[in-house]
Design a protein around this ligand. Structure first.
Ligand code: URA
Length: 186
């Protein structure tokens, strides 16, 4: 399989027309972060702020993500962060299965580029796409499985924490586990 550089992939994403989300977008949002990181965070899709800025998690949920990382001594620069779909779904709806499918090649190439030891799914949509279609985020967040030598886990999506702050302590505990797992794997 051919590998692409980050810049090549970003160019494909920026000009992508593989699904109808392209028509409504302002900017496509390629993943961003440390290409040498052993951890890949995957969320569902860009929100309105990200659609404007062309960068993942620039809005309020980005602040929550940064707080959670900071709590365990990590920074955005230590991770690579991307989304299942690279274009903002109108009205912030869940990305449709066919939109997710159309965007999967980009995520595959990002994964090949990064070769992560741990993949963290931010929220249900990512967990159901990456871990298991019947994944139950409320029940299973913070648990780890190993598949093809890559560890997989999930945490609540930062916007779910913004909607319900009582989820914060569990999210902090999950980020602590992520940090510990990375310590084991390094
Ligand atoms: N929510 C997401 O799922 N992804 C982003 O990039 C921003 C908000």
């Amino acid at each position: 399989m051919e590998l692409y550089t980050y810049e090549e992939l970003k160019k494909f994403v920026d000009h992508c027309g593989r699904c109808s989300l392209a028509q409504g977008r302002n900017r496509a949002v390629m993943g961003k972060g440390n290409l040498h990181s052993s951890v890949l965070f995957i969320a569902e899709g860009p929100g309105r702020n990200e659609d404007r800025d062309g960068v993942p998690f620039t809005g309020r949920s980005g602040e929550v993500l940064d707080q959670l990382l900071q709590k365990v001594g990590m920074r955005r620069e230590d991770i690579y962060l991307t989304n299942i779909v690279k274009c903002h779904p109108p009205g912030n709806r869940d990305p449709l299965p066919q939109e997710q499918e159309a965007c999967m090649p980009y995520l595959k190439y990002e994964t090949l580029l990064l070769r992560p030891k741990l993949i963290v799914c931010l929220g249900r949509i990512a967990a159901q796409r990456i871990i298991r279609p019947d994944y139950r985020i409320m029940r299973e967040h913070g648990t780890f499985i190993c598949r093809k030598n890559v560890w997989l886990t999930s945490v609540y999506h930062p916007s779910a924490i913004l909607r319900d702050e009582s989820k914060l302590p569990e999210a902090e505990a999950d980020f602590r586990k992520i940090k510990d797992k990375l310590g084991e794997l390094e």
